[in-house]
Design a binder for this molecule. Sequence first.
Ligand SMILES: Nc1ncnc2c1ncn2[C@@H]1O[C@H](COP(=O)(O)OP(=O)(O)O)[C@@H](O)[C@H]1O
Ligand SMILES: [Mg+2]
Length: 425
Amino acid sequence: MSAKLKQRTSLIGLSLGADLCWPACYEAILERMNLSVDMGHETVRFATERVTVEPFDLQQPVRYDIVLDRLTHWFTTSREWIKKAVVMDGLYVLNNPWSLQSMEKQTTYAAMMRLGLDVPKTWMIPPREHEANPDVQSTLNRYAKLFDIGSVADKLGYPLYMKPYDGGAWVGVTRIKDREELQHAYNSSGKRVMHLQESIEDFDVFVRAVGIGPQVEMIRYNPDKPLHGRYEVGFSFLTGEEWSLLTDQTLTINGFFGWDFNSCESLRRDGTFYPIDFANACPDFQVTSLHYYFPILVKNMLRWSLFCAASRHRMRPTLDWEPYFDVQRRDLPFRERLAAYADITRERMETERFKAFCETHLTHLDEVAWEFFGDPLAKGIIRDKVSAMYPQHEIEPFTEHFWGLIQFWRKTERDRLKARDEVAE
Ligand SMILES: Nc1ncnc2c1ncn2[C@@H]1O[C@H](COP(=O)(O)OP(=O)(O)O)[C@@H](O)[C@H]1O
Ligand SMILES: [Mg+2]
């Protein structure tokens, strides 16, 4: 039967900057899977290509079925090529470029406060310095109210955080313990528009929940460690209910903003989770920070992108917030409300169809990835990444360090697969 089906090769574009390791692993595993997926009306095979930067005709057709993008948030040419490709050709891109361009931390805080998440109290402060242009001057002369930053801080209490309203990568973030430090931090903030935010003190768990489509991976995070040790390998730092709550919270955020790939940071204090930073729609995807979790995220990216490419999952250029607000207006207890938000996202992400796709067509992914991450080729990719980041004398020890953690993942993964197979029997 399948011999008569129409054949299609689905082209997956990788729009990349400094990323070395995940694309190389993604491509190698995909090749080893040698997929030919029977979608009922057609057979789909897959190929990847690195998207290049070059002049383009706004009307030139797009060859890709999906683009996995890592440049949009800062590289204008690629972002604008992607936006035109979505508008003109219906390209599926991960993540939504308009949402990435326009949703800063500030909007995500406000939206999630409205939906009822426990975002810490936050104020926005007009910047210390402004552009020296006549319009700005006359606007300020007419309308800028003199304010005492100290009395805003008093409403939040010390310690508190000053951080850019559109922040990322920890730039410009200051922990402040009194009025003097506050004044100093504000005086040094220049033209950046800042938030003052209540600090969540004495938290006992810091979680980064990384969503890729409907799949959410929970990783314990320790901001005090050096970069290679911040993601901590841990297995029982959350209860089942907490895991489910953070999954629903992440899906709520990601569905609301049209982000297929995003990392949501929450701090747990006295059993409550406070989301503090969840506008990270180009999350860290480097083996040099993710180590143990790296193969898991590579697999999650393969599953979700292959599903989107094969099924022609529909790109949503517009965000459509109303259904979330409709749920918010219903007088439900918070946990039920959160589950209802997450269900909207699950439906938008065609979660049931996605699961069926994985169970039918990607059954050998686990095995192929397990073999791959024990292969010298994978070790070479890790060494390349380490070489790009570390000084010469640290290349070997750090390659061994990350390789060792990946071998530890293979050990736990083998146990997981064995347990799964035993349940299936
Ligand atoms: N409200 C807060 N309470 C406690 N710690 C915070 C708070 N806000 C930020 N931090 C600390 O500062 C770090 C950087 O702040 P974050 O909002 O995540 O900025 P970025 O977008 O630069 O990652 C966080 O990882 C956390 O360690
Ligand atoms: Mg952060």
